[in-house]
Design a protein around this ligand. Structure first.
Ligand code: FO1
Length: 322
């Protein structure tokens, strides 16, 4: 349970930590980056999707957040770089190599430099800081752990690596279980960010394969449960649909109702407040936590900023009323 909650300091020097993965997470993080002073914003990113491919260390969610905050993301897909070319991966395919995972030429540079620096002994946290500096990204972007923390998808008799399931199999194999590693530890930087946070936001990311892997990293879930700061989550489900990706299909396969309410229930007493979409107005009545019903669609950059401001104002309200 929470100890007495600290009233948040004035808005401008509130320390915000946002847990994020995937495209939805990157969009809210981008909105926050437009309104929170960079020294007060830390984004803790899922690395359960990471994998080795063509001898390179690929970190899709870190890259999606970095490219999005740098204004360099491909706006159609949400992942990878804008203005991308595909000459290298096409030639890899012509040479009989794996071309199912579409690595653009600019994106490849990130994987090459990351793999080289990791090989020289730098931590993933330090490598991410290096890349952020070269993109002039001001807020702090942290991998949830410096250890490998691969998410596996149990489907039928198989356990698929995440990218095999998500990309190669186009997330069609039904998910029986999301299998998370049991020996992954948070970095000191993540622990410090959580300890000093005034507000903790859970982005509209996939709860099962983007947020749960972060909470699974020791001791993040326990810290969030025990620390005094207000925790607010944003729904990734609008009108019974996922904004993007497999969340809705996974909820059906795991026997959950595909509703914002089911996401709020999934987070349970880990959170103090829940933000859901006006399309679902009324569907959270009776929920025993503070709720904010707004337009949670982020179609434009202005939408990201607007939602981030509404979520932040709501989190301050929740913190003041805990
Ligand atoms: N997603 C796809 O659906 N197809 C791809 O070919 C693909 C390539 C890719 C390359 C780099 C990168 O950072 C992300 C990429 N993604 C691709 C998205 C990625 O699989 C997902 O963003 C995350 O793993 C889940 O959010």
């Amino acid at each position: 349970m929470k100890s007495e909650s600290r009233p948040p300091s004035s808005v401008t020097n509130l320390k915000i930590v946002c847990l994020a993965g995937g495209v939805g997470g990157a969009k809210l993080a981008d909105g926050l980056a437009q309104i929170v002073p960079p020294e007060n914003l830390t984004v803790v990113v899922n690395t359960g999707d990471d994998f080795a491919h063509l001898g390179l260390k690929i970190c899709p969610d870190l890259d999606t957040v970095m490219y999005t905050l740098a204004g360099a993301a491909n706006l159609e897909t949400g992942w990878g770089r804008a203005g991308e070319s595909w000459r290298t991966v096409a030639e890899v395919g012509r040479l009989g190599g794996p071309d199912w995972f579409h690595l653009g030429d600019l994106d490849l540079a990130t994987h090459l430099v990351r793999t080289q620096l990791l090989g020289e002994g730098m931590s993933l946290t330090a490598v991410t800081g290096h890349i952020c500096r070269h993109f002039n990204i001001q807020p702090t972007i942290l991998p949830m752990s410096d250890q490998p923390a691969p998410t596996l998808i149990a489907t039928g008799a198989a356990r698929l690596s995440f990218q095999t399931w998500f990309v190669k199999e186009r997330w069609q194999p039904p998910v029986e279980q999301v299998v998370l590693p049991d020996d992954v530890r948070a970095t000191p930087a993540v622990l410090k960010a959580l300890e000093t946070a005034d507000l903790l936001l859970i982005a509209p990311s996939n709860p099962f394969v983007s947020v749960a892997p972060i909470l699974n990293v020791y001791p993040i879930r326990a810290m969030i449960e025990d620390l005094p700061q207000a925790v607010v989550a944003v729904t990734p489900i609008i009108g019974g649909q996922a904004v993007k990706g497999p969340a809705a299909k996974m909820m059906q396969e795991m026997g959950l109702p595909v509703t914002a309410r089911a996401v709020a229930d999934y987070y349970g007493d880990l959170i103090d407040g829940f933000v859901y979409d006006q399309q679902d107005a009324g569907s959270l009545d009776g929920l025993n936590m503070a709720c904010l019903c707004v337009d949670t669609w982020m179609h434009t950059l202005a939408d990201r900023r607007r939602l981030a401001q509404e979520v932040l104002n709501f989190a301050i309200y929740v913190a003041g009323n805990e």
